[in-house]
Design a protein around this ligand. Structure first.
Ligand SMILES: C[S@@+](CC[C@H](N)C(=O)[O-])C[C@H]1O[C@@H](n2cnc3c(N)ncnc32)[C@H](O)[C@@H]1O
Length: 416
């Protein structure tokens, strides 16, 4: 059986992270909103995917795009499916992607299925479609991914339709708790969203070893997957700030080493990691090691050799309006110099083939184009190769929110 992923706000980021972890050949994008991954759903590491909002399994593919034809098929299939569920009220929801359907038409399909299922004697509640697709919050609160839930995912795939069923949705409350309730936060250093931190780590991690995917087998049953510990890997964040990447990497099961030029930031990271460990139900494997040391990334000699590097580098000053050419030049050169010197320094301390993902700044200009760090043109000269992806172009790997001047460009490199 194949996994089905509904991608987040910037689908290219979600596609690149899937490709990084599972390989391009196993990922098939659909309609710029979703991807079929040729991995059994019970083996897919959904919890670590920052760019995926829903996770499901493919039920079937229909050679049609017509809602009537899809509806006829589902009306026949739904009663049998409902019989296989535990007794009790059934929670039904329909999410349609890529058809340009009005929410009321999707809702009508839900009501048709409800009538077909009620004939078997079972009571059914249908989630209200405010949009053609239900939100993650609706799936959670409407119990649509529970044992008596059934959220059907209909995705337009050219002239065909992929029909899937949701298994889990992104745990929005858990992300928000890890983000907002951390004891040490600093708005000036910038707030890296935990989902983006996961994407950065996944882009640097590359293909997942098979034993890790196997340990996620319980996801499909709704049981907490066992916590992972990658015993022979060490993740370095040399610009760790308040520690969002370290937090997310430690939860994934990586031993982590964080360093930062600022002693205050080292304290912040330590406080935040201790907080994460102190939860009654900590998401961290107790064996996972986390160390933080003060050091200037452009000259520091790290005590241990990292096997992967994930970082959000210095982004320069935050701009609330488009900077002048002079302001932009000065911040660009300052940021460029730090990242360049860091790459030189790191290059002497890691093995050939070691992967990095760096979130570096890129600036929005009045003309509507982006200004990049100049070092992008001399990656090879510095001793690295740029890792490109098959399903997302390099220039699409840029995280930004509407109205934001400083965007984060995700640069994936491999040491020559
Ligand atoms: C954008 S912040 C990273 C924020 C971080 N992702 C977090 O979770 O808070 C960049 C960090 O780089 C640090 N920094 C700036 N120049 C540095 C240098 N030369 N070496 C090491 N750290 C540096 C800053 O102190 C700051 O904490």
């Amino acid at each position: 059986m194949q996994s089905l992923i509904i991608l987040g706000r910037q689908p290219e980021l979600g596609l690149a992270e899937l490709e990084s972890l599972y390989g391009a050949a196993k990922v098939r994008p659909i309609a710029n909103v979703a991807a079929i991954v040729d991995v059994d759903p019970c083996l897919l590491a959904f919890n670590r995917l920052g760019g995926a909002v829903k996770f499901g399994k493919v039920l079937t593919t229909l050679e049609t795009n017509s809602l009537d034809a899809i509806s006829n098929f589902l009306v026949k299939a739904a009663p049998e499916h409902s019989q296989a569920m535990p007794p009790g009220k059934m929670h039904l929801g329909i999410s349609a992607y890529g058809y340009n359907l009005a929410p009321k038409h999707v809702q009508q399909l839900g009501l048709k299925l409800k009538r077909a299922i009620r004939v078997t004697g079972r009571s059914v509640r249908v989630a209200a479609n405010k949009e053609a697709a239900l939100s993650s919050a609706q799936v959670i609160h409407g119990q649509l991914s529970g044992s008596n839930g059934w959220e059907l995912l209909l995705i337009k795939d050219g002239a065909s339709s992929v029909i899937g069923q949701t298994i889990a949705v992104q745990d929005i409350d858990a992300y928000s708790h890890r983000d907002r309730n951390r004891p040490a936060r600093d708005a000036k250093v910038g707030m890296l969203p935990p989902k983006l931190a996961q994407i950065i780590i996944n882009l640097s991690a590359g293909l997942l070893p098979p034993e890790v995917t196997a340990s996620n087998c319980d996801v499909a049953t709704g049981v907490e997957p066992p916590k992972t510990h990658f015993k022979d890997q060490l993740l370095l964040d040399p610009f760790c700030g308040s520690g969002v990447i370290l937090q997310e990497a430690a939860i994934m099961g990586y031993d982590c080493m964080g360093s930062d030029i600022s002693p205050r930031m080292i304290e912040y990271s330590q406080t935040n990691l201790e907080w994460l460990r102190s939860w009654t139900k900590s998401p961290l494997q107790p064996e996972v090691q986390t160390t933080m040391i003060q050091g200037d990334a452009t000259s520091f000699k790290w005590p241990d050799q990292p096997t992967l590097i994930a970082a959000e580098t210095n982004l320069g000053r935050p701009f609330s309006s488009i900077p002048t050419a002079k302001q932009l030049d000065s911040v660009k050169l300052e940021c460029d110099q730090i990242v360049r010197s860091f790459l030189h320094n790191l290059g002497k301390q890691i093995k050939s083939g070691t992967r990095l993902c760096l979130a570096i700044p890129a600036w929005q200009t009045a003309g509507g184009h982006l200004v990049h760090l100049p070092l992008l043109d001399s990656i090879e000269v510095i001793g690295y190769n740029r890792v490109s992806f098959h399903h997302s172009r390099d220039e699409q790997l840029i995280y930004s929110r509407p109205g934001q001047i400083v965007a984060r460009e995700l640069l994936v490199l491999s040491k020559v």
